[in-house]
Design a protein around this ligand. Structure first.
Ligand code: GLP
Length: 242
């Protein structure tokens, strides 16, 4: 694992943005794995700015998002479809048909999970996966206890995740309790992974990710088994790491 310590959120976002830009410049038709949440917002802003200035183009890029809430229409302001559209896709030169997210309102979720997993494979797999980190060590929506070889699946969200994500909803009762998520097995197939982490609330989870036992109780600890992971984290998040 390569660890890059930044002074704050802004620097973390800037470095992540530069890393993604370099990757897109090296491979114009790259397959990017994307994440939602507060953590990557600054990186998306920076990528949008650079795209507007003509310094990077997403015309040939294909994206796959990690997860989506079950039961939320793509137009729902709390859906991850909506998040990606508002925070990234609508501002850049990417082709809409090249952006992919799991369908949160599928008729048959078993089929949907298989479809998504196969779609990623059929496009050649993910070259660079961006990840955030849950306070309980979750990656995407793979909660503690998730199998390390899990494919795209339907999952029940942990109470800690419902609590953490309630800030985006009117009340905690409105937070969907299930999601469809790329599995840990799917994520580990990515050729390169960048984990972005900011803030003291993630310090314990990040310390376990880097130095803890590799265990399904801490989903992110699986990253110790991947050969090409870069962690870009600010000082507050790395507080418990020497
Ligand atoms: C969410 C998402 C994850 C995200 C994580 C951290 O529940 N499913 O993909 O990385 O929790 O979110 P945030 O960046 O808002 O702290």
């Amino acid at each position: 694992m390569k660890i890059i310590r930044t002074k704050d959120y802004a620097e973390m976002s800037q470095l992540a943005c530069e890393h993604v830009m370099d990757a897109v410049k090296n491979k114009a038709d790259i397959n990017l794995g994307l994440a939602t949440g507060s953590t990557p917002e600054g990186m998306y802003e920076c990528l949008i700015e650079n795209n507007k200035q003509g310094k990077v183009s997403f015309k040939k890029v294909t994206t796959f998002n990690l997860d989506e809430y079950i039961g939320l229409e793509p137009e729902h302001p709390n859906s991850y479809h909506y998040f990606m559209e508002e925070n990234f896709f609508k501002h850049i030169d990417i082709q809409a048909e090249n952006t992919h997210l799991p369908n949160g309102i599928a008729d048959d979720f078993e089929k949907e999970c298989l479809r998504y997993e196969k779609l990623i494979e059929s496009k050649g797999g993910i070259d660079l996966q961006i990840l955030g980190l849950g306070t309980n060590g979750h990656i995407a929506f793979n909660e503690p206890g998730s199998k390390f070889d899990s494919p795209t699946s339907i999952v029940d969200l942990a109470q800690a995740t419902l609590d953490a994500n309630a800030r985006f909803f009117d009340s905690i009762e409105d937070v969907p309790t299930q999601a469809v998520t790329m599995g840990i097995g799917s994520i580990m197939k990515a050729r390169e992974i960048i984990l972005l982490v900011s803030g003291e609330s993630k310090a314990e989870a990040l310390a376990k990710t880097i130095n803890g036992e590799v265990t399904e109780d801490v989903p992110s600890s699986v990253l110790q088994n991947h050969s090409n992971v870069t962690i870009i984290a600010d000082e507050a998040a790395l507080k418990l790491v020497e």
